[in-house]
Ligand binder design. Structure first.
Ligand code: GLN
Length: 281
């Protein structure tokens, strides 16, 4: 009987472990000795993107570089799918996810987050020729237009808060739009291309990447209304207190001494020299 119970408990643990419902196995920091393994997802300008020289740049990446140096670790950056970031930290393949990640209630139940380092919101990208939002300056006005659309699809990056906003997400506090068909893409850039091809009406994405996409793609515009109120933080395996507290101390330090503001200025104002890092994948 006791043996049967042991088998049963082991099986339950294994299943929950696979599905990431609970902390599985020991937390090890760093996952690879002497290295800080960071997982991210490009392109998500100004937070992470691959430059013309093939190196990875961005606000998150520069923070990662400084933090790794402070910890005496070599920085390893892997560029993977957005939703794979979470499983990667949970299964001990990486130490931390740094990818403009929003803290949400449901994510917090499964993973640990650092303190927030940045405020963010969703914005809507539409074709330049779209006049539906002319003169609309409030969330309510924009949502009234969205709520009245018929037979329209709106794109977002799979696994992101943009998708939660369009499709609805109870934990995130969004009812969604039952009149709109949400369409998930690997990246917001791909979604924008599909909009330009006439297949979808608009794209919902975080305001940082929305601005960088609009600056680089002709014929589109960003509706200048913050649709959500979000906090970015770094994500790690539940129970990784050592890394969480080291990162929180580091965030407070770079926020307090002007380092964070200087990094942001490089990317948002083009002031100062950006630092690129080698990307592993
Ligand atoms: N902030 C959004 C989220 O956490 C999008 C992040 C991203 O696409 N890198 O879901």
């Amino acid at each position: 009987m006791k043996k049967l119970l042991t088998i049963l408990v082991t099986a339950i643990l294994a299943v929950t472990c696979v599905f990431g419902l609970t902390a599985c196995g020991e937390v090890k920091y760093p996952v690879e000795d002497g290295k800080l393994t960071v997982v991210t997802n490009c392109p998500f300008g100004n937070y992470e993107y691959i430059g013309e020289d093939g190196k990875i740049y961005g606000i998150d990446i520069e923070i990662a570089g400084l933090f790794a140096a402070e910890q005496g670790l070599e920085l390893v950056v892997k560029n993977i799918d957005f939703d794979a970031i979470f499983t990667s930290v949970d299964t001990g393949k990486a130490d931390v996810g740094m990818a403009g990640i929003t803290i949400t209630e449901s994510r917090s139940q499964v993973y640990d987050f650092t303190d927030t380092y940045c405020k963010a919101s969703q914005k809507l990208i539409v074709l330049e020729s779209n006049a539906d939002f002319n003169g609309k300056t409030t969330v309510q006005e924009v949502e009234t237009v969205l709520g009245a659309l018929t037979d329209k699809k709106i794109g977002y990056q799979i696994g992101t808060t943009g998708g939660m906003y369009i499709n609805g997400d109870e934990d995130f506090g969004f009812a969604g739009f039952s009149n709109i068909e949400g369409k998930g893409y690997d990246t917001a850039v791909t979604a924008v291309q599909d909009m330009k091809n006439g297949n979808i009406y608009g794209v919902v994405v975080d305001e940082g990447p929305a601005a960088t996409i609009a600056a680089n793609v002709d014929g589109i515009k960003v509706v200048d209304v913050k649709l959500t109120d979000e906090d970015y933080a770094f994500v790690m395996k539940k129970g990784n207190e050592k890394l969480q507290s080291a990162l929180n101390t580091f965030i407070a330090k770079i926020k307090g001494d002007g380092t964070y503001a200087a990094i942001e200025a490089k990317y948002y104002q083009g002031v100062g020299e950006k630092v690129g890092y080698t990307v592993s994948i």
